[in-house]
Design a protein around this ligand. Structure first.
Ligand code: SF4
Length: 496
């Protein structure tokens, strides 16, 4: 067992991270997916050794909390005994349907392997910080657009054929585009960028490179001008319900910081989304939600999400067993806190969806719970001052009208704001005074009003009721809140 990781480092299976709820580990199967039997074994192990809750992060990693040094060691040994190989080293991530999506532009896995090999051969793994990551997105039904990375390569249909659009430091909306090049050049630029980062030290990211270095990366290969043919994928430009988004994007109640930004000087948090319940990077063209039925070649994938990214381990075991009985052959983790069930016949999808809904999972992309980012809060995290997820469940049940896709609600156990570092239209944050309301700001901002934590949902219900009365036909929740103004919203929350 390695020494425990420092807070903020990547808490891999061999390097658990200390949290307010014991040690935490995060893992991703190398193979992409797990058989239902393996997932059951893994989650039962988590149940034996962790706090009884299993999480899937917005980035699509499995997370287990509440471990001790001894139980983390036992968990690692049991995962190994199950034959589950987990990712280590620099994450080079592909989409959850890589290689099996009939709509993808290119299968990204061979390029991902080449880059992984090049990173190893160049001796970069030990020289790069634990949060440096690469995304290789082959396009298709489930993109990686909302996932932030130091280097991102996205397959595009260009005039010169299938090419790779290379960008650095962000998600698809915020990353800086460098070039559109062929596969060899894409690999070379990616590795060159990582070398430059490594030279700056283990705390560095591509956002720390100079303009000169960025220009040199873009110019190191002759490349096609970035005149990319229109994306004819059916997902192009589709509005998603899982990628965050906010009042801010669509309205003038607004600060200029985007969802997923850290709210500080840094333009990105490179592993944004690893906290379960956390929103992702706030892409303007929001990616398709992984929740629901996806067509593959002669088969289907059924996406089911964990509410706020967490579920009791036993409930997940029950779902995986039912999936197995219905014919699922593989279960993949997906960005958006979801699981994709593969190998099901179309007729088997419906009963699995129904069972999942009964168990409390999210089975519809329009479920209001997908509009709320909520960290574990009390009692899972020692820093938590409010029961974030209980409040979130109540708001989703009672104030669903408020939670249309124009708006993001963040519920944070404390001012750290782990689940959503950027500004949100409405943030409930716990502190010594109860549940504070921040309008159009981050969890670190000064709340405009307070209610006792147990009563926070009632304050939000008052805002929802006012919104219902004041809303013009066709007006979004975000636009209506902007009209009501921050002071008026805070007053509604405080008074009612
Ligand atoms: S925001 Fe605070 S309460 Fe929530 S997980 Fe982070 S440290 Fe814990």
């Amino acid at each position: 067992m390695n020494a425990f990781s420092r807070r903020g480092a990547c808490p891999a299976l061999g390097a658990p991270m200390q949290t307010g709820d014991g040690l935490l580990v995060r893992l991703n199967p190398v193979a992409g997916g797990l058989s239902p039997k393996s997932l059951v074994g893994l989650v039962e192990s988590a149940l034996r050794h962790g706090n009884g809750i299993v999480e899937v992060t917005a980035r699509g990693s499995l997370q287990i909390r509440g471990l001790t040094a001894e139980s983390a060691r036992l968990l690692a040994a049991e995962v190994d005994a199950l034959g589950i190989a987990v990712r280590s080293g620099v994450p080079v991530e592909t989409g959850p349907l890589a290689g099996i999506d009939p709509e993808e532009v290119v299968d990204p896995r061979p390029l991902a392997e080449r880059i992984q090999t090049a990173i190893e051969e160049a001796g970069l793994t030990a020289r790069l910080g634990p949060k440096v990551s690469v995304v290789i997105d082959g396009g298709g039904q489930l993109t990686m657009d909302a996932v932030t990375a130091d280097v991102r390569l996205k397959a595009v249909r260009a005039e010169a054929g299938r090419q790779w659009s290379v960008s650095v430091a962000g998600d698809v909306r915020s990353a800086r585009p460098l070039a559109t090049v062929d596969v060899d050049a894409a690999r070379d630029i990616a590795v060159a960028a990582l070398r430059m980062v490594a030279e700056k030290g283990r705390g560095a990211h591509t956002r720390d490179l100079s303009d000169r270095q960025w220009t040199s990366l873009a110019g190191r290969h002759s490349f096609a001008p970035p005149s990319v043919l229109p994306d004819i994928s059916p997902t192009g430009g589709e509005i998603s319900s899982f990628a965050g988004g906010s009042l801010l994007a669509a309205n003038s109640l607004v600060s200029t910081s985007a969802i997923g930004e850290t709210g500080g000087a840094s333009p990105i948090s490179p592993l944004v989304g690893e906290m379960s319940g956390r929103t992702e990077g706030g892409a303007v063209e929001r990616p398709r939600s992984p929740i629901g039925l996806l067509n593959l070649n002669n088969s289907h994938a059924l996406g089911i999400a964990l509410p706020f990214g967490s579920m009791p381990a036993q409930t997940l075991v029950d779902l995986a067993k039912q999936a197995s009985e219905l014919g699922a052959t593989e279960i993949r983790l997906a960005p958006g806190r979801a699981l994709l069930f593969l190998g099901l016949s179309q007729t088997a999808c419906s009963p699995l969806q129904s069972s999942a809904a009964l168990l409390g999972f999210v089975t519809s992309p329009s479920d209001p719970r997908t509009r709320i980012a909520a960290c574990p809060g009390t009692s899972a995290c020692a820093s938590g001052r409010i029961a974030t997820r209980a409040i979130a469940e109540k708001i989703a049940a009672e104030s669903a009208d408020l939670l249309d896709p124009s708006l993001t609600l963040h519920i944070s156990g404390c001012a750290k704001g782990c689940a959503h570092p950027g500004a949100a239209a409405l943030t409930l944050v716990g502190d010594e005074n109860g549940a504070g309301l921040v309008v159009d700001g981050t969890a670190k901002a000064l709340p405009a009003g307070y209610r006792p934590g147990y009563d926070a949902a009632r304050g939000v219900a008052a805002i929802a009721a006012a919104l219902q009365n004041a809303r013009h036909p066709g007006e979004t929740a975000a636009a209506c809140l902007a009209r009501l103004g921050a002071a008026g919203i805070a007053e509604l929350y405080r008074r009612n």
